[in-house]
Design a protein around this ligand. Structure first.
Ligand code: 3SL
Length: 236
């Protein structure tokens, strides 16, 4: 029976085997939620890169939009920041365009997971799509939490627990302590996800940046149940 394991931070990735596994990259607040929202709302594809200058270069090379965030704030000189609302009701038309994205933690986590057999993007918004894909693959799943600058993040781990619960009928979700812990957190959080995650450090950071509506949006469960960003060659 394939298993679900959870890597709490990209800094811990050297301890995990990626080969033979499906890597689910998760940065609930907000990179992976924004990528899912972008693709669910007509963005044609997403280039996800670690560095700001790579993002700018891709924008030039492909004539695509650029989106970048550092420390929660839109980086200077880029078309978009990291809010999912940039793809919903933003001033810039994104439908039908490609976007190159670079964020503080989320896109770094993805780039560090390229050794996996399959790399997909997870968020509460597309939880069902992630679970369906994992079931279809029947391979071990590693949830890679983007965290915050190498440190543990509550919301990414709670997502790992939610995914493990959805897969509990056909996956081993008991043999990893990380998965057990994440499932406990999810069980605590589930009755009032937003109230529970208000405790998290990144929510406090976002609230200082007046991004509270992003927080509420990113917690919508199964808003896009059929959107599954999959990494193919150099893009999602
Ligand atoms: O770190 C990241 O990748 C971002 O998602 C952080 S923020 O939500 O834009 O602050």
């Amino acid at each position: 029976m394939p298993a679900v394991d959870i890597c709490f931070s990209p800094e811990l990735l050297p301890l995990y085997k990626l080969e033979g596994r499906v890597a689910v990259i998760v940065d609930i607040l907000r990179a992976t939620s924004s990528i899912v929202t972008a693709l669910a709302n007509g963005v044609t594809h997403v280039f996800a890169v670690a560095e700001l200058d790579e993002c700018t270069a891709l924008g030039r090379q492909h004539g695509c939009l650029t989106a970048a965030e550092r420390n929660g704030v839109q980086a200077e000189g880029f078309d978009l920041g990291n809010s999912p609302f940039g793809y919903l009701d933003g001033a810039i038309v994104t439908r039908g365009r490609a976007v190159a994205i670079s964020t503080t933690n989320g896109t770094q986590a993805l780039r560090r997971s390229l050794g996996a057999d399959a790399i997909i993007i997870g968020s509460f918004l597309n939880l069902q799509a992630v679970a369906d894909f994992a079931r279809g693959q029947q391979k071990d799943v590693l949830v890679v939490c983007a965290g915050w600058k190498g440190q543990f993040c509550l919301e990414d781990t709670v997502f790992g627990g939610a995914l493990a619960e959805r897969l509990a009928d056909t996956f081993d979700v008991r043999s990893s302590d990380a998965t057990l812990a994440a499932r406990h957190l999810w069980q605590q959080a589930r009755p009032d996800l937003s109230g529970y995650l208000l405790q998290s450090a990144h929510v406090r950071r976002l609230n200082h940046l007046e991004a509270h509506k992003d927080f509420e949006f990113c917690l919508r469960l199964d808003e896009y149940p059929a959107t599954l960003p999959i990494w193919r060659e150099d893009r999602l």
